[in-house]
Design a protein around this ligand. Structure first.
Ligand code: HEC
Length: 144
């Protein structure tokens, strides 16, 4: 009896560990698989109140055509894109992703999608300002 109980405890513990490892690996591979050079980056404009405002203007000129004036993914150039541009007003994209991941995508683009690289078009501090702007947005479930 004691042996059976111990076995059950071991099996339950093993299942819990396996689930944790699987969840962690799946999330990491799906969403945050970024090069080490980007992984350690932090937003130097996090505490700069002017950054979000500057980022809003940069977003309107460079991103709104696809991601929409409201950043909800419904830009005029979004029609027919597969996958569609990310919706930054939804409850998942910004919640799931770290700042270094956003910086990596804006810098390098996203292969297999229409997301272009802004490495040459925007300076680093402009890319961070856009991230400050995105972080200032409230999720808007009415505009998914
Ligand atoms: C030509 C259209 C287009 C333009 C312009 C564009 N994007 Fe994108 N963007 C996309 C598409 C399409 C995706 C892919 C969405 C996905 O993977 O589900 C994307 C993805 C992203 C992602 C990654 C989201 C994720 O879940 O991996 C970020 C961050 C992003 N865009 C930010 C920006 C910013 C900031 C700008 C302007 C500086 C911009 N984009 C300009 C089309 C565009």
């Amino acid at each position: 009896m004691t042996g059976t109980r111990a076995l059950v405890v071991v099996l339950v513990a093993a299942a819990a560990i396996a689930t944790t490892v699987w969840t962690y690996t799946a999330r990491g591979a799906l969403h945050e698989d970024l090069p080490p050079a980007f992984a350690s980056r932090t937003n130097p404009r996090l505490d700069d109140p002017a950054a979000a405002a500057a980022g809003a203007a940069i977003f309107q000129s460079n991103c709104a055509s696809c991601h929409g004036d409201r950043a909800d993914g419904h830009g005029i150039a979004a029609v027919g894109l597969t996958p569609p541009p990310a919706n930054f007003r939804g409850t998942d994209v910004l919640a799931r992703h770290s700042d270094p991941y956003l910086f990596y995508r804006i810098t390098e683009g996203k292969p297999g999608t229409a997301m272009p690289s802004f490495h040459g078009a925007l300076a680093e501090n402009e890319r961070w300002a856009v991230i400050s702007y995105l972080r200032s947005l409230a999720p808007d479930v009415a505009h998914r």
